[in-house]
Design a protein around this ligand. Structure first.
Ligand code: SF4
Length: 321
């Protein structure tokens, strides 16, 4: 069933896809772990699942794009989802949250939904962090969760496209899934690309011959905004890693940044990270959970740390904006 809503979303956030568009090479290289690869396992949540949200709305430019999994065969993807729902979550409703600017898959999802009472479509604005579990459950279902809380405790299971495909391959077809697609990007790499890599492969092996030879760099998994920095590249690839970003180490000040305010340049500039707050209040507008970071920051500087509770800082989802 088509239940597309207009203007759904949340206040704040930022459209990184428009500001910092990235292109990935469409030749996908396969990388083996060189040992016995780990395998993907799907564990059905212990709690009864009433809602399954499929996230087809990546909001970070460095995240794995939809085309890698959908391969222009969106109807086939939705057939797989239907089989998974029928076997594991027969009483649940499915919700497809999809980027409203991705014309081809959106149109395919809408056509499919016309004859599918079991699912609803939400064509959403792909502004960051629309795809955060807390924001997604609120936008799609109106359900409030706490930062870090497992949404399955509320009966909500959120799956990305690749996990849907892996569940189908493994649980419905009985095939072993021991590799996944990962997007590689960043100023520290020779090119942006998508790879298919066996689980258990070290990050060092993945990045070998891909990093630019000159200079220092920093490595992040799942994005520089809310992912984590990796300093030990012997760390192994697991299913949770959607993307790897390598940024050149730039610790020089940019001259006259005010004249480049329309350019978003991702760097690791520590000076930038310690910018002085001029109380412009942009953070109040951009915060996706309605916090007032500047107000709290100035209270903190005045030694009024007890005000954290008054300003609901526990609601912060650490989006990194
Ligand atoms: S206060 Fe937290 S949730 Fe709000 S913009 Fe800053 S990091 Fe994001």
């Amino acid at each position: 069933m088509l239940k597309e809503k207009e203007n759904i979303g949340f206040k704040g956030g930022y459209n990184l896809l428009d500001t910092y568009p990235l292109r990935f090479c469409n030749i996908i290289e396969r990388i083996s772990s060189g040992g016995i690869p780990e395998v993907f396992e799907f564990r059905v949540p212990a709690q009864k699942i009433q809602h399954v949200i499929v996230n087809l709305c990546p909001t970070e430019p460095w995240a794995l794009p939809n085309w890698v999994i959908l391969e222009h065969k969106t109807a086939a993807f939705l057939n797989k989802l239907k089989e998974i729902k029928t076997r594991y979550f027969p009483e649940a409703k499915c919700y497809i949250a999809i980027n409203k600017k991705e014309d081809e898959p959106l149109s395919a999802v809408k056509d499919y939904a016309c004859n599918a009472e079991w699912m609803k479509v939400f064509a959403v604005d792909a502004k960051y962090p629309q795809d955060d579990p807390l924001i997604l459950s609120k936008v799609v279902l109106g359900i409030e969760t706490n930062f870090g809380q497992d949404t399955t405790t509320q009966g909500v299971l959120i799956l990305d496209a690749q996990t849907v495909s892996a569940i189908y391959e493994n649980c419905m077809l009985g095939n072993k899934v021991n590799s996944r697609f990962v997007a590689l990007s960043g100023t520290g790499l020779k090119e942006n690309e998508v790879i298919k890599v066996q689980l258990g492969t070290s990050l060092e092996k993945i990045l070998r011959n891909r990093v630019k030879e000159s200079g220092k760099y920093r490595v992040f998994v799942n994005g520089p905004l809310h992912g984590r920095e990796i300093t030990d590249l012997s760390q192994k690839m697991d299913w949770s890693i959607n993307n790897i970003v390598v940024l050149e180490e730039l610790d020089k000040k940019v001259m006259f940044p005010m004249f480049k305010s329309d350019e978003l340049v991702l760097t690791t500039n520590m000076l930038g990270e310690l910018r002085r707050c001029v109380y412009c209040n942009f953070c109040d507008d951009i915060c996706p959970v309605d916090l007032e970071p500047a107000l709290y920051y100035h209270s903190y500087k005045r030694g009024e740390k007890h005000k954290a509770r008054l300003y609901n800082l526990e609601k912060c989802i650490e989006c990194g904006l």
